[in-house]
Design a protein around this ligand. Structure first.
Ligand SMILES: N[C@@H](CCC(=O)N[C@@H](CS)C(=O)NCC(=O)O)C(=O)O
Length: 194
């Protein structure tokens, strides 16, 4: 099987997928989409977004769809909880992280004025407060690392790797979670991507 990942090193969605591929030990070649301003990605897939994969000539796009695809191809280790109800919640949290948490994180990138930045801080603080509660007394949301944890980690990690920002130290459970993720993934420092 020949697999190619059209990858952007710092993209949170690419990092999310790379974690899944690493967990499942899927071999793949990397095409750096920034090296040719996405020309080879557009030529192959007719669109600009990564992560996109060429899997034996088949084009599959979107981290959620690709995670599901690889779960079906390589079921072990699973990225979802075993219990169906927990799996539903895991998928909801994946969607929340990819959409809502992503929106809050990307607000920092889009901010043009000090006011925008202050608003971004306020919006992210709501999510961080909730996440701090969510991770209190838990290493991972469903007992072991699942796609919910990976999706949340990928968004929060982008603050460090691409926006040169840090999460306030008062969110102790979020900090402990991020440290656990880095350890689990073998990432030597929070500024480096998985
Ligand atoms: N829902 C998609 C989002 C993918 C996405 O937004 N990718 C961004 C990188 S973080 C991208 O490639 N943007 C380039 C563009 O839109 O031109 C997923 O989960 O893969």
């Amino acid at each position: 099987m020949a697999n190619r990942l059209f990858n952007s090193k710092n993209s949170m969605f690419c990092e999310k997928l790379r974690v899944v591929l690493a967990m499942k030990k899927v071999p793949y070649d990397v095409v750096d989409v920034r090296a040719d301003e996405r020309k080879s990605l557009i030529a192959f897939s007719n669109q600009r977004k990564g992560p996109t994969m060429d899997i034996d000539g088949q084009c599959i796009q979107d981290s959620t769809i690709l995670a599901k695809y690889w779960e079906e191809k390589v079921p072990e280790p699973t990225i979802y909880p075993d219990n169906p109800s927990d799996k539903g919640l895991c998928l909801m949290l994946e969607d929340w992280a990819d959409e809502d948490l992503n929106g809050a994180v990307m607000s920092f990138r889009r901010a043009k004025t000090d006011e925008d930045l202050q608003q971004a801080e306020k919006d992210l603080a709501v999510h961080l407060e909730n996440l701090d509660l969510l991770y209190s007394g838990r290493d991972f949301l469903f007992g072991r690392m699942t796609l919910a944890d990976i999706s949340i980690y990928a968004q929060l990690h982008y603050l460090y790797t691409s926006l040169d920002r840090e999460i306030d130290g008062k969110y102790t459970h979020v900090h402990a979670f991020m440290a656990r993720m880095l350890k689990e993934l073998g990432v030597p420092s929070i500024k480096e991507v998985a």
